[in-house]
Write a protein that binds this ligand. Structure first.
Ligand SMILES: Cc1cc2nc3c(=O)[nH]c(=O)nc-3n(C[C@H](O)[C@H](O)[C@H](O)COP(=O)(O)OP(=O)(O)OC[C@H]3O[C@@H](n4cnc5c(N)ncnc54)[C@H](O)[C@@H]3O)c2cc1C
Length: 465
């Protein structure tokens, strides 16, 4: 990607966006293309989309818990925008609608699945359809495309129907919840498409590090960018912090302490040479806790080490995965959030190569054919990045207490899917347009509200997978 050196001589912008990850790029698009704003400058010290936004599993869903319906509303808006972009571009970013398939082998949890689907219906995610008989009219999702598909969720409780449509899942699976307005796309292609459209409308990309924000009289006046040619100033009345894992550090340049923190998350990509995971499968999530299958020798070995003995214990619910890539691709992605804590962001991130084995073994509880890799692991690759989060896992897209300063951050593990909804919301703030009903739920001011603050200790499910 080419950087625009020329803009540095212009020395002025209407808005400077710090960060050309998916958040900053989507905002540049919504300002320059959809709101016709001139003088949009994106500044990044790295190539665009290269820090967190290319490490994602690239999945999307309108399946989100409460409280309230704001999360579902903003995701529905984001997915509407993604679909518009897919249509106008000939689907260059290969958006599909295969759905998220939640599975359980616990008979006692079947009513929970039905209740969860009905609650999601109440929040605006779409209708619930329960399939409790072999002849029920469950409609599977196509592998490609996203048009004319159902929304809401199908809950399948008839075991013969489960086996007919998903014969590769564990035989003791007793219920499936297939959330339908969900799937995946190429985040890199989406980001490049947004960036190119923004550049056609005059947005500029500048290579450099935002080192200082000049604030005088309580408002933004300019930024100092250290780039290849040295440090320069860009005069601007508006500055947006879209710095991903460095959101907190960039907030301090404005003298604002932001309530976000980072967690390290990884994903595993492996070559499924045994073809255990069908290429047309949806995103699959095992919702029961898992005990990993180990041989007696392995159990003894694990039991001897304090560092890894916990792998003999029950591990948390939520191991998930999906096929990746078109055509003959053998790649399967797997994620399992079994070990997280807040950390300071540091790069490069080092990941434990042993996590590939743990994730593949965990996935084998849901897809038994994967146990074929127990003796010999497939070729695999572990990478990842930081989820930059607020405590209740809801992002921030709002003005900051310094006039002319804005925030687009805390996009956690859902920044690709929410990028357009979040950027569209912040663009409305910046352009002074009427705000959507959910604006307040993604505003920093929410923490000033005593009723909201009193909810936080009892928040419950944050929707993180
Ligand atoms: C393992 C994993 C799986 C994920 N799976 C999904 C998924 O399935 N679906 C989904 O929607 N999301 C997913 N995500 C989350 C998603 O990747 C992130 O939410 C999203 O990429 C965040 O984008 P961003 O633009 O905020 O941050 P980033 O992509 O990190 O971009 C921030 C940019 O700011 C720049 N920057 C920072 N400070 C400065 C400075 N001072 N000067 C100049 N530039 C600066 C950085 O160089 C960087 O390029 C996943 C994330 C991980 C780690």
């Amino acid at each position: 990607m080419r950087y625009d050196q020329a803009v540095m001589s212009e020395r002025a912008a209407e808005v400077v966006i710090c960060g050309a990850g998916i958040a900053g790029v989507a905002l540049a698009y919504h300002l320059a293309v959809r709101r016709g704003m001139g003088g949009v400058v994106l500044v990044d010290e790295r190539p665009p989309l290269s820090l967190t936004s290319d490490k994602s599993t690239e999945s999307y869903r309108n399946w989100w818990p409460g409280p309230g319906d704001d999360m579902v509303a903003v995701m529905n808006r984001s997915i509407d925008l993604l679909e518009e972009l897919a249509r106008e571009s000939g689907n260059v970013f290969r958006m599909n609608r295969r759905g998220y398939l939640f599975a359980t082998a616990e008979p006692a949890r079947v009513p929970d699945f039905i209740r969860a689907a009905e609650e999601a219906t109440g929040r605006g995610a779409g209708a619930t359809r329960v399939h409790a008989t072999p002849g029920s009219d469950y409609r599977p999702a196509p592998a490609d495309g996203f048009e004319e598909q159902p929304v809401g969720a199908d809950v399948i409780t008839d075991r013969s129907l489960i086996r007919r449509h998903f014969p590769y899942l564990a035989e003791d699976t007793v219920a499936l919840l297939h959330a339908r307005r969900c799937g995946w796309f190429s985040g890199q292609q989406l980001g490049m498409y947004l960036l190119e459209r923004a550049r056609e409308k005059g947005a500029r990309l500048v290579e450099g590090r935002v080192e200082a924000v000049d604030v005088a009289g309580g408002r933004v006046r300019g930024v100092t960018v250290a780039g290849p040619g040295g440090a320069r100033r860009i005069d601007t009345p508006r500055f947006v912090n879209a710095a991903g894992p460095f959101t907190k550090a960039v907030g301090r340049l404005l003298g604002v302490e932001l309530p976000v923190f980072c967690e390290r998350h990884f994903k595993v990509a492996f070559n499924d040479t045994l073809r255990a995971v069908p290429r047309e499968a949806p995103m699959m999530i095992w919702t029961d806790p898992v005990r990993l299958p180990w041989t007696a020798d392995e159990r003894e070995e694990l039991g001897e080490s304090d560092a890894i003995r916990h792998l003999l214990e029950e591990l948390p619910a939520g191991v998930h995965g999906r096929p990746e890539g078109a055509g003959e691709s053998p790649v399967v992605l797997g994620i399992w959030t079994y070990d997280i804590e807040p950390v300071e962001p540091e790069f490069p991130i080092v990941f434990d190569p042993a996590s590939a084995e743990i994730v593949i073994r965990g996935l084998s509880r849901m897809i038994p054919a994967l146990s074929g890799y127990a003796q010999r692991l497939p070729r695999s690759f572990v990478d990842g990045g930081y989820y930059t989060k607020t405590e209740e896992n809801r992002f921030l897209a709002c003005p900051l207490p310094v006039e002319g300063a804005y925030l687009l951050g805390g996009l956690s593990g859902y920044g690709l899917m929410s990028s357009n909804g979040a950027a569209d919301l912040l663009a409305d703030h910046i352009a002074g347009r009427a705000l959507p009903s959910y604006a307040r739920a993604f505003h920093l001011d929410r923490y000033q509200d005593p009723a909201y603050r009193s909810l936080l200790p009892t928040w419950g499910d944050s929707g993180q997978l």
